[in-house]
Design a protein around this ligand. Sequence first.
Ligand SMILES: [Zn+2]
Length: 215
Amino acid sequence: MPSQKIACSTCDLLIDLPHLLAGEEAHCPQCDHIVAWQVRGSLHTSLAFLIAAAMMFILAVNFPFLSFESRGLSREITLWQVAAEFFGEGMPAVGIGVGALVIAIPGFLLLSHIYILVTVLFSRTLLPSSVFLLRMSSHLSPWNMVEIFTVGTLASLTKIASLATVYFGISFWAYLAFSIALTVSLLHFDRRHLWSLVDVPAQKKNDVKHVEILL
Ligand SMILES: [Zn+2]
């Protein structure tokens, strides 16, 4: 496998990146900017949080999300109904958007990353299907909006609380935990390290100023 090329984000110098070991970082030979680093156990950490997120996701889509009570009337909604409500209000595009951004895309990232990490970490192979899923996840990651939905829900509840009594369901707490676990797992999903595990490049340090061992 040829050495990886990476552009310095500070001075745009194209650099041949050596294979970094856990805890190492590489500096740009021109401006000394840190161009890459290797977090210890990043992919295993990502997988652990993905498994936790998967358990929370199952709870989130199968139990009541919120329930409201006002003047003797009560109503319970699930996560699916949050999106479906927009169809009833004559806004199907918004309903599809909410369903995609809050359930479908995060669910896809969750399952695809688990599949990719399990195959790479345990068999050291990147299957053709994993390459396709990696490409898809690169395109879809910016559209994962679980944190925004969680914060938005909490903000809107402050208004609803003055009109009705609101009860949080199991799904709400599970989705909150899911959003945190998925966010942490995505932060640790190191694509460069993933590729290096599949086909480790030869050590090539002549184009970088130095490689430092971190803590
Ligand atoms: Zn530079």
